[in-house]
Design a protein around this ligand. Structure first.
Ligand SMILES: Nc1ncnc2c1ncn2[C@@H]1O[C@H](COP(=O)(O)OP(=O)(O)OP(=O)(O)O)[C@@H](O)[C@H]1O
Ligand SMILES: [Mg+2]
Length: 511
């Protein structure tokens, strides 16, 4: 007799249905798993046998064959243990044969028969719900899976015995509740920063429009400090974004206790990060930092210290908002719509451009250091600012410094305007100015006469690329939104161009 249990394989953030077929037949005693299992799946044979034994069920003295269909789809991970074990229990008559028909099953087994949490419960639940099925998942993943919908049937047992009792009706398990993580609200606050008025303004603009930002300045001027305060002024995630972000976190296995958080991701990988860590990949393909920063911020401190290959691998996701990883046997795509914030020193010794300083290696010091960042990557950064050393007056007698709460309020208002505009045009509400398409920018950020003439003059004089032209318009749109005005005026364009030119000036100094 063959019993069937539905489970899933993950491709990107999508859950692809997999049929687990278990057959118990006379023949040589033993258990075989076929259907392209990787090592973790093949080892599940030992875990399943031990867990069944611990649960008081002995393996039959027969031949057990497990087939994972479709046979040509690679199966990775340890979540096949539970479907295999339940299939076997159904084949042996330990649970009613038809009880598993309406469910998708995933979970890892311990040798003592308890069910351990696995990655990917949320995408599996969403897939199951779309299919009109329920979900059987580990107890630790129940509250995460409950986010898939109010009416999806979820069973989150702690052990194999609990599943058996549930289906026999002796101890029915209740549906887990969807849970949200309570986060400490005491994030680092902008009020700690003395001086640096223009850098604070640029940070606010970046947060309001989702623009990429590069800060250049000498050591100790507060660049890392500013970036760490960005999460405190970003608005919380909206409902659709929350699910998108959590699906990636679920696949990556970083959702602790299965609770979701509405805080935007802030990822700050060290500069020794490899390409696989940054864009995703590895033997068992996992989302990289760019995908874990989806809908949030990717902060790269000491920007030029990253390897050039890693930096250039950011170009495609920055442009397309997703990251495609191709391997010999399969291809996966992860969403990666993130905001890049980078910080760097102007040169190797860190002090180029400071009054009275001369680099020991002369002009080469600055040129060599900045050349580590390719032109095309630089072109994708809308806001480039200089963060000079804090002046003694600012340090000793600082003026009043605005706190994060007030800035966050202005940012939220500007984002709300962008949302309303997107909804009016029938687009997803999560669209920020930075992620507008070029045609949309030309329509939504058309400057008034004064602004247009300023932009035309500047384009002619500085020879902006087409991308630079559109990016300047996007920043100007954000500045107008922060002002609460409909039209993009000359002042907005002047400020937007100045952010662009700060970078050009640095490049000229370095040349
Ligand atoms: N504007 C500022 N207001 C208050 N404290 C500051 C400011 N700038 C720097 N500091 C102090 O200096 C320390 C170093 O700042 P931070 O790490 O942000 O510098 P950095 O610009 O990132 O330097 P590096 O280029 O070496 O990474 C901070 O921990 C803080 O104590
Ligand atoms: Mg720093």
């Amino acid at each position: 007799m063959v019993s069937h249990v539905r489970t899933v394989a993950f491709q990107g953030v999508e859950a692809v249905p997999v049929d687990v077929q278990v057959m118990v037949a006379p023949g040589k005693v033993g258990m075989q798993i076929v259907g392209l299992p990787d090592k973790a799946v093949a080892e599940s044979r030992e875990r399943v046998q031990a867990a069944l034994h611990a649960s008081g069920l002995s393996m039959p003295a027969k031949r057990v064959t497990v087939n994972l269909a479709p046979a040509d789809l690679p199966k990775e991970g340890s979540h096949y243990d539970l479907p295999i074990a339940l299939g076997l229990m159904a084949a042996l008559g330990a649970i009613p044969g038809d009880s598993l028909a309406g469910f998708v099953v995933l979970g890892e087994l311990s040798l003592d028969g308890t069910i351990a949490p696995v990655a990917g419960a949320l995408p599996a639940a969403i897939g199951a719900n779309a299919d009109g099925r329920g979900l059987i998942c580990p107890h630790g993943c129940g509250s995460e899976a409950a986010w898939a919908g109010a009416d999806i049937d979820i069973i989150a047992p702690r052990s194999l015995i609990a599943v058996a009792n549930h289906f026999r009706g002796t101890q029915v398990l209740s549906r887990p509740e969807a849970a949200i993580r309570e986060l400490a609200r005491n994030l680092p606050d902008l009020a700690d920063i003395k001086g640096q008025e223009s850098a604070r303004r640029a940070l606010e603009v970046a947060a309001a429009g989702g623009h990429n930002l590069l800060m250049v300045g000498p050591p100790g001027s507060g660049k890392s400090m500013l970036a760490q305060r960005l999460p405190s002024i970003l608005p919380p995630l909206g409902a659709p974004e929350l699910l998108e972000v959590s699906m990636i976190a679920s696949i990556a296995g970083t959702l602790a206790d299965g609770k979701l958080s509405d805080r935007r991701p802030f990822r700050a990988p060290h500069h020794s990060a490899s390409m696989a860590a940054m864009v995703g990949g590895g033997l068992r393909v996992k989302p990289g930092e760019v995908s874990l920063a989806h809908c949030g911020v990717l902060f790269l401190d000491e920007f030029p210290e990253f390897t050039p290959q890693v930096l250039d691998s950011l170009r495609q996701p920055l442009e397309s908002g997703e990251c495609m990883i191709a391997r010999a046997n399969h291809r996966v795509t992860y969403p990666a719509r993130f905001q890049l914030v980078a910080a760097m020193n102007p040169c190797r010794c860190g002090m180029a451009g400071e009054p009275g300083h001369r680099c020991a290696r002369g002009a080469r010091c600055q040129a060599d250091y900045q050349a580590r960042i390719s032109g095309p990557l630089m072109d994708r950064i809308d806001l480039r600012i200089e963060v000079p050393a804090v002046s003694a007056t600012d340090l000793i007698r600082p003026g009043p410094s605005e706190g994060s709460a007030a800035v966050a309020e202005r940012v939220a208002r500007a984002r709300h305007i962008q949302c309303e505009r997107a909804v009016e045009l029938g687009q997803a509400a999560a669209v920020t100015n930075a992620s507008l398409s070029n045609t949309m920018v030309e329509k939504l950020a058309a400057p008034d006469a004064g602004g247009a003439s300023l932009l035309a003059d500047a384009s002619e004089k500085f020879g902006f690329s087409a991308r630079a032209y559109h990016r300047i318009l996007k920043v100007a749109r954000t500045l107008a939104d922060l002002d609460g005005t409909d039209t993009v005026g000359r002042v907005h364009l002047a400020e937007a161009i100045s952010y662009r030119m700060a970078g050009e000036k640095l490049a000229r100094q370095a040349a």
